[in-house]
Design a protein around this ligand. Structure first.
Ligand code: SF4
Length: 546
């Protein structure tokens, strides 16, 4: 007699690591590290142990994991070209120095804050400082022994590095002209302040599947990149309820770019923080944790759709029905705030451009001097690696423009300086394949000579790898760093080209043109041909992106 085979046990459907569905076991080393110890706890070890005993005392799981929650990454060790990026593990490229990010979160930096930022750069970071497109100040060459002194100096000026990196609520983007601009729909500052108060350094939100990016702006130009943040509150006017915010979720770039989707709800100013907690709570609890490549909110939104997302937000997180918004927000103007503009109080704000976000300790200290000299309100950073000085008396505008120029900031820049961004690149970033900042700066100089006058803006974003930190897909000319073949058949630094991307009025991802790869050395001529062709063939009113 043959034995009857035992009935097969039903196989548990393989989850994606969503906590809310019972998949609480860590499924990869990042999740295990966060479970082993809350990453926020690393601060006390940095202060009490590592800064006193030195680099070699740092536990590897802190060094390559939890340090990020304190805004610290090891920078790229010198001597490795882009070819090594793929061949070596990230940790093999570790230097003994750190990159440190300081978050600004849409706040106005007064003279004291600018002096603190500048003095940290001069005293501890070999003079380095970059404005990032998430409105951080980023330093390099930081030694672990200096971190307590740096934090003390920054914190005395109201600044912080906490959760500037890591699987956490990353630095928040606000409108650079919140509460200032004449044409603002609504000032999001109180909402942003409340989100900061509830969230930063709060263990409830410190273990997310991956990074979580926030944008809050009530300006009609959509000046804080709402299309590519995980959650965005976008100023709008409800026909019955008045000014408030449209809620968008699930935007992001990198290798699977997705535009944020409108949930179709209107959020009043004093409920923005609750809605933020709800959306971030969904990400924390339902977000995919099994694969790092799927662990962004955009994948959940794409799988669920906006109807289910809204249902879960209302039913499980807010416990109430949200007000539907019959007129979802769309931008009505394009503005990067560069130049001289009148404020609603009769004073002026002036937007100024460094070159590809690169400033220095000296520039920050010089800027503090300008703020003091003219009694300005302060400075905000922009999502385009620029800055805006606020509260200039009408009679002082030209003097401020001139003093800004003297410290290296141009309020009347060429198109190329104004509309080019670059990520950190191979100079300091361990993931980079190519050089970016210096390459982009040289491109700007060359294009300023070849096209000194341009009657329409053309944006160029230079990225050192597919991670798109300088937004490859949202520029007219988006450049993704990779190794390419030169005419002699050698592998050299170069770029895959994406064309026709934009944020704002024509929000759209650039098309990747497979045949369009260019060596870094050939970049100036390649862009020149593109621009010449566009200028020669464009129709009436046709922008580069259209
Ligand atoms: Fe580094 Fe790549 Fe991001 Fe550039 S895009 S900063 S190279 S990870």
């Amino acid at each position: 007699m043959t034995a009857t085979p035992a009935p097969a046990r039903p196989r548990r459907k393989r989850g994606e690591g969503q906590w809310a569905l019972g998949y609480s076991e860590p499924l990869n080393k990042n999740e295990q590290s966060k479970k082993d110890d809350n990453p926020l706890n690393v601060r006390s070890r940095i202060l009490g142990i590592y800064s006193q005993r030195g680099f070699d005392s740092i536990d590897p799981s802190d060094l390559r994991g939890r340090f990020r929650w304190m805004g610290l990454y090891t920078q790229r060790a010198p001597g490795f070209d882009g070819g090594k990026t793929a061949q070596l593990e990230e940790e093999e490229l570790d230097d003994r120095y750190f990159m440190m990010r300081v978050r600004s979160d849409g706040a106005i930096l007064d003279a004291a804050a600018l002096r603190a930022l500048g003095s940290v750069s001069v005293d501890f970071a070999r003079g380095t400082a970059d404005i990032t497109d998430r409105c951080n100040i980023q330093y390099h060459w930081i030694e672990i022994e200096s971190v307590p002194q740096i934090w003390e100096r920054l914190e005395a000026a109201g600044l912080s590095t906490i959760e500037a990196c890591g699987d956490s609520p990353r630095p928040f983007l606000g409108s650079p002209v919140a509460g200032i601009a004449k044409d603002e729909i609504i000032d999001g500052t109180p909402a942003l302040e409340e989100i900061k108060r509830r969230v930063i350094n709060n263990p409830e939100f410190s273990n997310l599947p991956r990074k979580f990016k926030t944008s809050v702006s009530g300006h009609p130009s959509h000046d804080s990149a709402p299309e590519i943040n995980d959650v965005s509150f976008v100023g709008t006017v409800h026909p019955e309820h008045g000014p408030g915010f449209d809620l968008w979720v699930g935007g992001g770039l990198s290798t699977n770019p997705m535009l944020a989707q409108k949930l179709g709800v209107w959020i009043p100013l004093d409920e923005v923080a609750d809605a933020w907690e709800g959306v971030c709570g969904i990400f924390r609890d339902y977000g995919y944790r099994r694969l790092r490549s799927r662990a962004r909110l955009k994948f959940l939104v794409a799988d669920w759709g906006v109807e289910k997302f809204r249902e879960v937000l209302e039913g499980e997180y807010l416990g109430r029905t949200l007000v539907s918004n019959p007129s979802p927000a769309s931008p009505t103007q394009q503005s990067d705030h560069v130049g001289v503009h009148e404020q609603k109080d009769g004073k002026y704000y002036i937007g100024a451009a460094p070159v590809v976000g690169r400033i220095s300790g000296e520039v920050l200290l010089g800027l503090a001097g300008v703020v003091e000299k003219y009694g300005l309100r302060g400075v905000r950073l922009t999502a385009h690696q620029k800055l805006v000085v606020l509260g200039v008396e009408p009679s002082d505008t030209e003097a401020v423009v001139s003093d800004l120029r003297a410290v290296g900031l141009e309020a009347r820049p060429s198109n190329w300086r104004r509309s080019t961004m670059a990520c950190t690149g191979i100079e300091f970033c361990k993931l980079a394949i190519v050089e970016t900042k210096a390459r982009a700066a040289a491109l700007i100089t060359e294009l300023e000579q070849r096209f000194p006058e341009l009657d329409t803006p053309i944006t160029v974003n230079v990225n050192g790898c597919p991670n798109a930190c300088a937004r490859t897909q949202s520029a007219d000319i988006g450049l993704k760093g990779q190794l390419v073949m030169d005419d002699a058949g050698n592998q050299v630094e170069g770029f895959q080209v994406h064309l026709g991307g934009a944020l704002g009025l024509q929000a759209n991802f650039g098309r990747k043109l497979r045949a369009h790869k260019v060596t870094s050395a050939g970049l100036d001529d390649y862009v020149t041909v593109l621009v010449r062709n566009y200028l020669a063939e464009r129709g009436e009113g046709e922008s580069f992106a259209s």
